[in-house]
Design a protein around this ligand. Sequence first.
Ligand SMILES: NC(=O)c1ccc[n+]([C@@H]2O[C@H](COP(=O)([O-])OP(=O)(O)OC[C@H]3O[C@@H](n4cnc5c(N)ncnc54)[C@H](OP(=O)(O)O)[C@@H]3O)[C@@H](O)[C@H]2O)c1
Length: 290
Amino acid sequence: MTGASGQVGGELLTTLSPLGTVIAPSRAEMDLASAASVRAFIRQSKPDWIVSAGAYTAVDKAESEPELAYAINAEAAGVIGEETKALGAAVIHYSTDYVFNGSGTTPWVETDPTGPLGVYGASKLAGEQALLSSGAAAMIFRTSWVYGATGKNFLRTILRLAREREELRIVNDQHGAPTWSRDLARMAAYVIGACGGSPENAATFAGVYHAAGSGETTWAGFAAEAIRMLQQREPEAKLARVTGIPTVEYPTPAARPANSRLNCAKLATVFGWEMPEWRDSLPRVFDEMS
Ligand SMILES: NC(=O)c1ccc[n+]([C@@H]2O[C@H](COP(=O)([O-])OP(=O)(O)OC[C@H]3O[C@@H](n4cnc5c(N)ncnc54)[C@H](OP(=O)(O)O)[C@@H]3O)[C@@H](O)[C@H]2O)c1
């Protein structure tokens, strides 16, 4: 697996371990920015499955570091595909809602036209295309708004700021679903199980899937719900109130899609896997943090 020190990768270490021997190289052992390093590590370790959670995820910084974003998100994905194909292995890869341009109000389906608004989304889309064109048995899961009990994420930032400030002004015109990193890691283990653990079977399921928390909200809605839950747990705490603002009042180097809703029906139909409601996962993450 790649990305073991990340939000999803950290959870994968737990969910994948009952399935077999998990090899989780450090950045020094396998640098995703170096095609040669990725190729050499895969050739030496000869995995049956690669679960690829490592990525360049700094959405705004990517605008000024496009070469690095493409090396990690696109070129490494292509090399993973080539080497996987050569080994007869299979890949589970994570991608993003940022491959879409955010127009409309209906949840995106896998076959909808892509149109990334920034370098990060474009580099992740190039990674999807490189993996698919490698001919590897690759299953690509686009997700959105990933958070968890550890790591750098919106939830943890909001909970910290809620204690420090009286008011938090948060964007309320971007729509999507928060997705717990553990739900994504459990899904990967389930999918490997659904393939009977066999990379050959995975070829039948190759393609793109959407896998985000069920339900939808806005960033302001997510923040308000998180603060409400914190208040329930700490009735005495003085916490910030949330004020919704339009995206134009919170400019960022990279544009964000206004509509990040992902339709996850294909995942349910093909694998029988329903992503949990984001409102159900959120209190479980609180339990982990306390
Ligand atoms: N976070 C989100 O909101 C979000 C939304 C949609 C989709 N996704 C996708 O979901 C997947 C998992 O995201 P995440 O939130 O778990 O990401 P994350 O917490 O930012 O973790 C990224 C991982 O990639 C590793 N990495 C980065 N550059 C590397 C390099 N050059 N060589 C080796 N490893 C490198 C990081 O290692 P270091 O610790 O050494 O940096 C870290 O382990 C990614 O494919 C991401 O694009 C995420």
